[in-house]
Design a protein around this ligand. Structure first.
Ligand code: PLP
Length: 421
């Protein structure tokens, strides 16, 4: 792969968008393929061993329990339950809270749908609070304003690997005797404001092992807690509420089969050994780009402190930056640099499942009465970040070289010069 730099003679000041030479033509390492993943002999050996053992299910093998134990040691938590996906990890957490139908769970519209679908699956009502326009994180003041006597939990998202204000949210949750769930799908080893690991400030933390996360088993999830009762309910829910430790063949409540397989656990455990390296490299590579972005008019990077850099978010002041995130996105893409304005197409509450209450048959249950509130204008700051041109995200990867990062920096500087001159 040939890297280009800002002094490369092929780089002209003419934007590629207007026919100039692009800063970059070679592809970057990507999480969607081996170039951007650290999958090697360790994973192959582990998975082969499981296949040879003939024990592919966690109820007969030991790999899943070993993986949970290792994750618990890394995070310093007592209870870890592995499952099939990040979405199921959050479903376990919501099921552990055990809301009554119609109870409310407050969350954000700026996330993956996996944050909110489990709320509906447990027949609770997602209530959307607005976000801080400079971080995209839940705004504790907005969360406070949404608390009612039906509120049972808050689900905060450590968006892009940057720590959400979970200390404040935990204090708010404690004040109202409700549960704080941390969605850490994008935030392995993220450190919060108080220096703790994201996922250990709230009552429950949830992680994903899907293809694009810091570590992967294709799919997979983890739910962690230090609360024995919540941990017990999550442990039962993942396995049809079957208390195998008592040798009874019985089902104690409504649970599903969300068990991780031994094949997934073997891969995930091998990946876990690489996690600190992955996060460390993402941080080392992000540091110089943070400085470059901070130096450009109208662009603000995320805070570097404690950030695990799942993606590289940039907050845009369209006037000062000479263009909004959509204009920037187009210009960067033409330069050969991936950039997604707004991160998602629309706030979670504008997806048909919520806005049109497409849930169970034609009942609209449990949101039939409130679905008309899932409308544009519900969370203005969230909507501004997604569709108002004030935020874009760049793909990020542990396997970038310093030259790759220099290309990204060169493209940002080039577009900035063109947009602000
Ligand atoms: C990926 C993701 C999920 C869902 O995880 P899956 O493993 O894809 O089900 C949930 N929340 C956030 C913030 C995510 O990024």
């Amino acid at each position: 792969m040939t890297a280009t730099t800002a002094t490369d003679p092929r780089i002209t000041e003419e934007l590629a968008l207007n026919g100039g030479a692009p800063v970059r033509t070679a592809p970057f390492p990507s999480v969607g393929e081996s170039s951007g993943r650290r999958i090697g002999d360790e994973e192959i050996a582990a998975v082969t061993e499981v296949l040879r053992s003939g024990k592919l299910n966690s109820t007969v093998g030991t790999r899943t329990r070993e993986f949970e134990k290792a994750f618990g040691e890394l995070y310093g938590v007592d209870h870890v339950v592995a499952s099939t996906s990040g979405t199921s990890a959050i479903h376990l957490a919501v099921a552990a809270v055990d809301p009554n139908p119609g109870d409310e769970i407050i969350t954000t519209g700026l996330s993956d749908a996996g944050t909110v679908l489990p709320i509906l699956s447990q027949n609770a009502i997602p209530v959307f609070a607005d976000v801080n326009p400079l971080t995209g994180h839940l705004d504790p003041a907005s969360v406070r304003s949404k608390i009612t006597d039906r509120t049972r939990a808050i689900i905060a998202v450590h968006l892009f690997g940057v720590a959400a204000p979970v200390e404040e949210l935990r204090a708010l949750a404690d004040e109202h005797d409700i549960v704080l769930i941390e969605d850490c799908a994008q935030a392995y080893l993220t450190r919060t404001a108080s220096g703790r690991l994201a996922g250990t400030v709230g009552h429950l933390g949830c992680f994903s092992l899907q293809q694009s996360k810091h570590i992967t088993a294709g799919d997979g999830g983890l739910t962690i807690t230090n609360d024995a009762a919540l941990g017990r309910r999550a442990r039962l829910f993942v396995d049809k509420a079957w208390p195998r430790d008592t040798n009874e063949r019985t089902h104690l409540f409504l649970g599903l089969n969300y068990r991780m397989t031994e094949l997934q656990a073997a891969v995930a455990h091998a990946q876990l050994a690489k996690l600190e390296g992955v996060v460390g490299d993402r941080q080392r590579l992000a540091a110089p780009l943070v400085d470059v972005v901070a130096s450009l008019p109208g662009l603000t990077p995320a805070k570097a402190e404690g950030t695990a850099w799942w993606l590289f978010p940039i907050f845009v002041d369209p006037e000062a930056a000479g263009g909004d995130a959509f204009a920037w996105g187009k210009a960067l893409q033409a330069e050969g640099i991936g950039a997604s304005p707004g991160y998602i197409a629309h706030p979670l509450y504008l997806n048909a499942v919520l806005a049109e209450a497409r849930t169970y048959g034609t009942s609209g249950y449990p949101i039939a009465e409130v679905a008309d509130r899932y409308a544009p204008g519900l969370c203005p700051e969230t909507e501004k970040l997604i569709s108002g041109g004030t935020m874009m995200v760049l793909p990020w990867n542990e396997n970038y070289t310093e030259a790759d990062v220099a290309d990204i920096a060169a493209a940002l500087q080039k577009v900035s010069r063109a947009f602000t001159s």
